[in-house]
Design a protein around this ligand. Sequence first.
Ligand SMILES: Cc1ncc(COP(=O)(O)O)c(C=O)c1O
Length: 382
Amino acid sequence: MPSKTYNFDQIIDRHQTHSFKWDNVTYPQSLAMLPMPVADMDFPVADEILEALDRITAHGILGYSIVPESLKIAAQHKIERDYAWSISLDSQVWIPGIVPGITAACAALTNENEGIITAVPVYHPFHLVAGWVNCPLITFEMVKEGDRWTYDFEDFERGLQKGPKVFLLCNPHNPGGTVFNASEISRMVDLCAQYNVTIVSDEIHADLRIYPQSEHISIGRLEKQPIISFFATSKAFNTAGLGGAVAVIPDAAMRDKFTKASAGFFSMLSRHSIEVMLATYAHGEEWLAQLLPYLRANHDLLMDFVRVTPGLAMQPLEGTYLAWIEYDEAMLGDFQKKCFDAGLHVLRGEQFMGKNFVRLNFACPHSLVEKAIELMKTVISG
Ligand SMILES: Cc1ncc(COP(=O)(O)O)c(C=O)c1O
């Protein structure tokens, strides 16, 4: 029996909380916007996380903090238990966030003008980072296979032949929700070994597998060459605003390069973020176990709507809460703008280099997903 049943139906007003999602300054005053862009959830976090924050408040001191060994042990257990990858404590470098971590990894592993390869579409910093570290970006396409998105492996290989130094992997994939399977992961490993490309793997969505049959395969578990893999509890347990992540870099020389490339750029982790990650590792699983079926129900609601709606298409997600919806421009026009004008903010696919797509974040109470569907129906019926 769960010690508590969480009520994810509850609507919590996030206006005037400096919320990136709800207090967006571009929103018109005249319209009550329903925001479904940036990837955070409109759900309160687990009680144990709130208790950890209360303990810090009661103590009252907010000085600099060190990353305790207990946090490293907790991450080590989690990665071994849930992703079957056995890592050492020494391989861990704790950082304030994955995006700065990816930037540091790319800076460490490339010289100017050496390429970085990644998929289209993908979480937009993967495309932007090439410009940040002065390297050319090489992209390859994703394709629909059956009812899921996967890599176009031939296009991937054509890209690898251009001589990139780094491959950026997002697993589970944002957007599109693919949880890459064993055969896809081993093809990636083999191709990167053949072309001598270092894998940098972002696994922030690993715990958000909304369909339990998909297993998260950490590529580090198969890779024989040095690798940098990123993990965080912040996305799945909804503490993204506090930051905190770990780079797992088993190879000492590569770890040293990463640490040097990031020296002076990263702030120290806050006490809040350390205590919250400890509480999440120790107590977060029950909350997550209740969350996943709730997200799955939202996903299915959306999927049922898209299936019967001419002009819209979507592949069912295996992971993440970020739906990737394709629209027929000839039929629906600029669907993202029409939704925005009607009061629904979804992200334009171009942000991820996907034309005629929108990305919709459904990590919110069912009633808000129902409202989004009603707004899309109004847009479509013109
Ligand atoms: C794939 C992926 N990586 C990283 C991030 C952000 O990570 P951080 O806040 O730790 O920089 C996101 C946020 O949505 C994401 O989707």
